[in-house]
Each structure stands twice: as structure tokens, then as C-alpha cells.
Design a protein around this ligand. Structure first.
Ligand code: XIL
Length: 374
């Protein structure tokens, strides 16, 4: 068939019209929106920073509305911001995000209730177990209850595990003992009966940490407490995404009867100063040197291609398990926003996401669209 093609773009959908003889005329609808492309498979999310929640940049705002069906606040619902002093709560930005989600049909995954990092400074002054217990009760009863049914889901507990699958020695473990996780979910279930409840962590696709996660999930269920899903953060390197272990994890977590999500996906393209040791522990930082910041003037095409390929392979896997995977969230919208410019080394230029610093879609973006259109 010899024919000309015309491409019309309207509200995120490309109509590819093949102009043949009138009787042969065909029209193929092609999605040019991530959330449209994957709408029958899983939610597509992005972490939003303060400026995005405040709708400061209309270009970023249009991208968010066009491509994402879910959003996670990158920082503003963490305890240090939403609960800065014992009796003080700061709900302004979280309320704004919830309204933004409702207006634009974007499901909000609230992040996060109980986490050892980004805690308010007053926690350091608390010495007694009773006061930590009271903090946890007040925090969950106040914050989770306010957004019950208004946010789609909560990361109830974040990063409770060490790499070997044992419990991290956080202030919560120290003061409350190993049952604090079940207690956090019990409180959340009561305060937010109409919101889904998740456990979220990094590297839990790795066998030992995965086993620790399964233990946590089983323990919550055995106590008769609700847990609806598990979030694998997905902070990986583009050369080293552990596909086999991710696949095993999807199978093992799904076998527990819960949702599986990829909640903080980004693929670093820069040299890892710690070799293959991959940690998203925000306290584990390393000093800067020029040799580990090779693309400060731009990313070579070969790297662009490799990043696209890695994202494509990951999404092929996610699609294989589309019955089990309910959401894939990128940890940011564009490369300029990415925390990987400052983690684990401050002041680098990374290219881990689907949109570049000018908010233009990258090859990786098109590879994910093409995966669904072809
Ligand atoms: C990061 C944010 O992206 C940064 O802006 C902040 O300075 C530190 O935290 N795991 C998580 C996220 O669960 O909350 C972290 O987010 C990244 C690692």
C-alpha cells in the first residue's frame, strides 16, 4: 500500500491517518500520553515537588496533567514538614495537592507516615518510649485521618529494613520494639479506613531484603491488620536494573495477595561511586569529584539510547505482570528536578527521568509510548 501519512495531535492523542483511496482510508488511534497508553495496565505516577504542587510552571503543569494518573508528594507530606512541632501541623501544601489531584483526576499516594528519615527535630529530644508511642499515635491519627478517602493510598511505613532483611535500628525500633510496624498499620487502618495502605522500601527485590519484607507483610496479616500493597522503590542504575530479581519479587509479593507497585522509579546514568552497591539511604552520601560527573555539558546519544532501552526492558517486565502491578511512579517529572543530581553525591548532572531539563520528552519517553503503540 503506498500512502501518505498525516499526523494530527489533539489533547494527547495522535491520529495517524493513512490517506489511501477513499474506500481504503484507515485511521489508527495512537496514544501520545503515558497515562493513556498504559490506562488498561497500571497507573503512571510522578513524584511532585513543592513548585509543581503550587502550579508555578505551566509547562510542567501541562505535562503532569497529560501524562500522569497518579502522584506522590516528593517531600511535603513527610513528618518534618507536615508535623514540624509536637502540637503543630502544617497542612497547606498537602491540602493543595489533594485538591489538585481531585481536580485533575490524579490519584494521590501519600508519602509517608512512619520513616526514620526527614523526621521533625523535636523527635531527637524525646527520650521515653511512651512519648514516641504517643507521637506515632498522634501523627497517624491526625494526618492519616485528615486525608481518609481523599488520598488514594498511604506509604504507611517506609524503609524499615536493613539490606540483610533484619529490621533497621530506627528510633521506632529502639523505643517500641519490632511490633511497631504492625501497630503503625493498625493505627492507619483505623484512621484511614477508605485509603489503601502500603509498605514501601528500596532494594526489596534483592533476596534477603525481599524475605524481610515478606516477613513484615505476613506479620501484619497474621495480626488481622490490613495491608493492601508493597512498593518497590526502583532507584536503579540504567546498566544494572536487576530484572530477574524484580520478576521473582513480583511473583512472591503477589502470591501474598497484595498489590505490587514500583513507587520511586529512576535510572541513574552516572558512575556509581560505590560500585555496584546500590542504596537509596538518604544519609549515605559520598564526596564529589569531576570524574563521577561526566555529562555536565550534556548526555551523549549513546547514553540516551541505553537509558531508553533500560526503561523499555523494565516496562516489558511490568507489562508481563500487568495483572499484579498496579502503579509505576517515576521519582520526578524531569531531569532538572531529580534528587539524583544531589544523591549520593551533591552537585552532579544526572539524566534519570523521561523529560529533560527543558521539559522536552526524551528518547526513553518515546520508547515507553512505542512499547504500547506497536
Ligand atoms: C528524597 C527526595 O527526593 C529529596 O528531595 C529529599 O531531599 C530526600 O528524600 N526514598 C524515599 C524518598 O522514600 O522519600 C526519598 O526522597 C528518596 C529515597
Amino acid at each position: 500500500m503506498t500512502s501518505k501519512f498525516f499526523l494530527t495531535v489533539c489533547s494527547g492523542v495522535c491520529l495517524l491517518v493513512a490517506a489511501c483511496s477513499p474506500s481504503q482510508k484507515i485511521s489508527i488511534t495512537k496514544a501520545n500520553s503515558l497515562k493513556e497508553a498504559y490506562k488498561n495496565n497500571f497507573l503512571i505516577g510522578a513524584a511532585l515537588n513543592t513548585s509543581q504542587i503550587q502550579e508555578h510552571d505551566s509547562v510542567a503543569d501541562n505535562i503532569i496533567k497529560q501524562h500522569f494518573s497518579a502522584a506522590t508528594p516528593e517531600n511535603i507530606m513527610k513528618a518534618e514538614i507536615i508535623h514540624p512541632a509536637w502540637d503543630t501541623y502544617n497542612f497547606d501544601l498537602a491540602d493543595k495537592l489533594v485538591a489538585y489531584g481531585a481536580k485533575n483526576n490524579i490519584k494521590i499516594n501519600a508519602h509517608t507516615l512512619i520513616w526514620h528519615s526527614q523526621l521533625p527535630s523535636f523527635i531527637r529530644g524525646i527520650k521515653s518510649a511512651d512519648s514516641i508511642k504517643l507521637y506515632m499515635e498522634n501523627h497517624i491519627n491526625t494526618v492519616a485521618a485528615r486525608y481518609n478517602g481523599k488520598v488514594y493510598s498511604w506509604d504507611v511505613v517506609n524503609e524499615a529494613l536493613n539490606e540483610d532483611g533484619t529490621l533497621r535500628n530506627s528510633v521506632f525500633l529502639q523505643k517500641l520494639g519490632p511490633d511497631y510496624i504492625v501497630e503503625a498499620f493498625r493505627l492507619a487502618q483505623k484512621a484511614a479506613p477508605d485509603t489503601k495502605l502500603y509498605y514501601n522500601d528500596y532494594n526489596i527485590e534483592q533476596p534477603k531484603k525481599r524475605a524481610g519484607t515478606i516477613e513484615i507483610i505476613k506479620k501484619i496479616k497474621a495480626a488481622g491488620v490490613r495491608i493492601d500493597g508493597v512498593g518497590i522503590q526502583g532507584h536503579w542504575h540504567m546498566n544494572d536494573a536487576p530484572l530477574d530479581k524484580i520478576e521473582e519479587s513480583i511473583k512472591e509479593f503477589s502470591a501474598l495477595g497484595i498489590e505490587v507497585m514500583f513507587t520511586e522509579l529512576d535510572l541513574s546514568v552516572l558512575p556509581n561511586p560505590r560500585g555496584r552497591n546500590n542504596s537509596a539511604d538518604i544519609a549515605a552520601t559520598t564526596a564529589y569529584n569531576e570524574s563521577i560527573n561526566p555529562y555536565k555539558n550534556g548526555m551523549p546519544d549513546s547514553v540516551q539510547q541505553k537509558l531508553a532501552k533500560s526503561y523499555e526492558q523494565l516496562f516489558q517486565l511490568f507489562l508481563k505482570y500487568k495483572k499484579n502491578v498496579t502503579r509505576v511512579t517515576f521519582w520526578g517529572v524531569d531531569d532538572g528536578q531529580s534528587w539524583l543530581n544531589d544523591f549520593p553525591v551533591r552537585g552532579r548532572t544526572n539524566y534519570a527521568l523521561l523529560f529533560d531539563r527543558k521539559l522536552q520528552p526524551k528518547k526513553a519517553f518515546y520508547s515507553l509510548i512505542d512499547l504500547k503503540n506497536n
